[in-house]
Design a binder for this molecule. Structure first.
Ligand code: NI
Length: 250
């Protein structure tokens, strides 16, 4: 069985001293993964990893929690020319961590959608407590290639709106958490729009919640979906792999 982890951060400090981790992940059956950038430096690191490992791809972007990096947008644009960059991300709005600079977050989000359109790339969206503004921006500034709601919040209205706009929905370990109320949300997602991810090193699925995450645990996310949709794990692995290849154009 082969799995595609559509979103992880091996460019994070927490993985600094773990040289063999990506080989071990590959050998465990996670034979493709996307390392997501969130500011200029982490985007550079994501590309570096993608250059060193055939099975790793990169996204580049400035997240709403890194708005001070907005001055690096020109430098970020240069990174997009690299062949293994498969999307712009993660980008979006985060009113949970930052309520004070909403207008700047929106500006940064819109500028990066424009970049995605210029380079014909999809976007990877981070949205937290900002569903309405996120959807409004996606309607007013459409991304031609669409994209992914990464670590999608378990909010049925957001998921419905995202799907109706043609976006993919990616679930992480948060769907395994005890009080998550994930089932009706997973139910809403058609099989051809479903993706799985770990968001490593964060959001470790149950029963390992609280420890550092890695991509081998993407199987636990797939398992939860398999149980709920009553579809064999192998099928979930296959269809999420295919969907990820399609949106990232691999
Ligand atoms: Ni992330």
């Amino acid at each position: 069985m082969q799995f595609f982890d559509s979103h992880a951060h091996y460019n994070d400090e927490k993985f600094k001293n773990e040289e063999n981790i990506l080989e071990n992940i590959y050998n465990s059956g996670v034979t493709r993964l996307v390392c997501a950038g969130y500011n200029f430096v982490s985007s550079m690191k994501a590309i570096e990893l993608a250059k060193n490992y055939d099975f790793v791809y990169a996204t580049c972007g400035i997240s709403p929690n890194d708005v001070e990096d907005i001055d690096n947008l020109n430098k970020l644009e240069d990174l997009l020319k690299n062949k293994k960059v498969v999307a712009i991300g993660e980008i979006g709005l985060d009113y949970y961590w930052n309520k004070e600079n909403k207008e700047l977050q929106k500006k940064l989000f819109i500028k990066q959608i424009e970049l995605a359109n210029k380079y014909n790339l999809p976007i990877v969206i981070h949205t937290r407590e900002a569903s309405l503004d996120t959807i409004e921006i996606l309607k007013d500034y459409p991304c031609k290639r669409r994209g992914i709601f990464h670590c999608c919040p378990l909010n049925q209205e957001l998921i419905k709106a995202g799907i109706s706009l043609g976006y993919y929905i990616s679930f992480s370990g948060n769907i395994t958490f005890k009080n998550a109320k994930a089932d009706p949300c997973i139910d809403l997602v058609p099989l051809d729009k479903l993706l799985i991810e770990t968001d490593s090193p964060y959001l470790t699925p149950e029963p390992y919640r609280g420890t550092r995450n890695d991509s081998t645990k993407v199987k636990l996310v797939a398992k939860k979906i398999s149980n709920l949709k009553n579809i064999p794990l192998e099928e979930i692995a296959k269809l999420t792999y295919k969907n990820a290849n399609k949106i990232f154009n691999i």
